[in-house]
Write a protein that binds this ligand. Structure first.
Ligand code: AMP
Ligand code: MG
Length: 501
């Protein structure tokens, strides 16, 4: 590891910052310089993302350890901690905020989109409460792996720009190596950001925030008849689409508190998140989710609950007449269920290879899921093998082997084939289309754990690198990485995940 200067005044301008959030009124944020690291070391710089953001990659290769550890605040940054509140497991906490994250600033990327660059784990802020503001290496690698996997799967998500170790110990149940995660987001505004101002009776701030959000994320709504109602509807639409995508790949967020739900529609905060291996709608991994509030199949309903909390904050903007406002907001939140169902079913049709719509499709999907649950089938492999089977009748045995009783899916397969005869795609076309929506590779928990253990215990980042490589092309058969498609052996199974805070 190389030691890097802690001189914060050394100029470095790899970022062309344009910090709009810092220009919002003072109650939106607290200025906060990142803490320093003793021996920062750059584990990984996401060079393609850096290029997309228009950053100076050469400088980041040289100074990335210093910049992303917090030792060197780049020119133009206006580091701050954002204020927000949130419902945590259903209980409202009026002040949360960035307790271990510092927004360096915003850049305009090569597509003209404004993106936040944030350091997670760069020390205490006024919102740290009793926390140390630090992050341990394990959760940093986990967020890096899973957020980039989500991106490659085509699911809206915050991104991983870099990971560094700090050289400082972090005290959890054990003493762990400290690290910082550099995160990129369309913005870090959450449902809880609105709640923060509503809880304080700061109606002006709620309006300023809503106007800022429309400007930044939903500019097409500026001229709507009721822009705030339209905003509410648009956010519900993005979240309905997002959560449907999670279900399509077996993703369980794990902590869907209102402070972990973005206004932009990106997945955020990969704490105890996990991908399901064996299909069971009640699956929960998070050690802190004792009642299964955030179980796999509860996610759409929790999304709606969170969005109802958002709606409450927008009521005064939606209509001056509070009864009318409630009525309008209610129509939107009630419509969320249908929106979600539409996205979910469209995706499930694609997963079983349907290009047209028929009334019986939902039942066909549901009966497959019921068989998978009963037969303890691996969620990912079942759909991937079904894709292969769609192109080659000889592969029925491989598909059936996903089920405890390989005879069990025979009747379903007959119904499926009958349904397929009413479409005119060739088997090859159908199989190719299915392989584009049914991944071969997901970030399986046991692989993540193996990568983290090697890094934390032996400073060996080779498994981390291998996982990133295979997960960057999740829809391609990669024979060299075939074992990464496999579910865990019983001894490898990870039953619980931790948020790592
Ligand atoms: P999270 O579970 O990561 O969504 O965080 C929930 C809240 O706890 C946020 O306000 C975080 O900023 C805060 N928090 C989590 N970990 C720490 C930490 N190590 N130090 C200070 N605050 C933290
Ligand atoms: Mg959070």
């Amino acid at each position: 590891m190389t030691s890097v200067s802690q001189d914060k005044s050394r100029p470095a301008a790899p970022f062309a910052f344009d910090n709009s959030y810092a220009r919002l009124p003072q109650q939106f944020h607290a200025p906060q310089t990142p803490s320093t690291a003793s021996e920062p070391w750059l584990i990984k710089l996401n060079e393609p993302l850096a290029e997309e953001l228009g950053l100076d990659v050469e400088t980041l290769r040289r100074d990335g350890a210093a910049i992303f550890s917090g030792n060197l605040v780049p020119e133009g940054a206006e580091p701050l901690a954002m204020a927000y509140a949130g419902h945590q497991f259903g209980s409202f906490v009026p002040t949360l905020g960035d307790g271990r994250a510092i927004l360096l600033g915003e850049v305009i990327d090569s597509h003209g989109r404004r993106r936040d660059i944030q350091l997670k784990g760069a020390g205490q802020t006024p919102f740290s409460r009793r926390g140390d503001g630090r992050a341990a290496l394990g959760p940093v690698l986990r967020e890096y792996i899973v957020s980039e996997a989500m991106q490659a799967l085509g699911i809206p998500t915050t991104r991983a720009l870099a990971a560094v170790t700090t050289g400082l110990p972090v005290y959890r149940e054990d003493v762990l190596p400290g690290a910082v995660f550099a995160r990129v987001a369309a913005s870090h505004i959450r449902v809880g950001t609105f709640q923060y101002f509503t809880a304080r009776g700061d109606a002006d701030a709620v309006r300023q925030l809503a106007d800022y959000v429309i400007d930044r994320h939903y500019p097409e709504l500026k001229d709507a008849g009721n822009p705030y109602l339209a905003l509410y509807e648009a956010i519900c639409e993005r979240q309905a689409a997002l959560i449907a995508r999670w279900l399509h790949v077996g993703f369980i967020h794990g902590v869907m508190n209102t402070d972990n739900m973005t206004i932009s529609g990106e997945t955020i905060d990969f704490g105890p998140c996990a991908f399901m291996d064996t299909y069971d709608p009640g699956t929960v991994f998070s050690s802190i989710d004792q009642h299964g509030r955030y179980a796999y199949a509860n996610q759409p309903g929790i999304g709606q609950w969170n969005l109802a909390r958002l709606g409450e904050t927008l009521l005064p903007l939606i209509d001056a007449d509070s009864e009318k406002a409630v009525e309008l907001a209610n129509t939107v939140i009630t419509g969320y269920g249908e929106r979600f169902q539409g996205h979910w079913l469209a995706g499930m049709r694609a997963k079983i290879g349907l290009a047209t719509e028929e009334g019986g499709d939902l039942a066909l999907v549901q009966s497959l899921l019921a068989l998978m649950q009963e037969g303890k089938a691996d969620f990912t492999l079942t759909f991937r093998r079904l894709s292969d089977l769609a192109g080659d009748d000889g592969l029925e045995g491989a598909f059936a082997a996903s089920f405890e009783n390989p005879e069990a899916p025979a009747a379903w397969l007959a119904d499926w084939r009958a349904r397929l005869t009413r479409e005119d795609r060739s088997p090859q076309e159908r199989a190719d289309a299915m392989r584009r929506v049914n991944p071969a590779f997901i970030p399986r928990n046991h692989r993540i754990e193996q990568a983290i253990t090697a890094a934390v215990e032996d400073a060996d980042f080779s498994l981390f690198a291998a996982l990133l490589a295979v997960l960057s092309k999740p829809y391609e058969d990669q024979p060299a990485y075939a074992p990464y498609a496999d579910p865990p052996q019983p001894s490898e199974r990870v039953l619980q995940t931790f948020c790592g805070t």
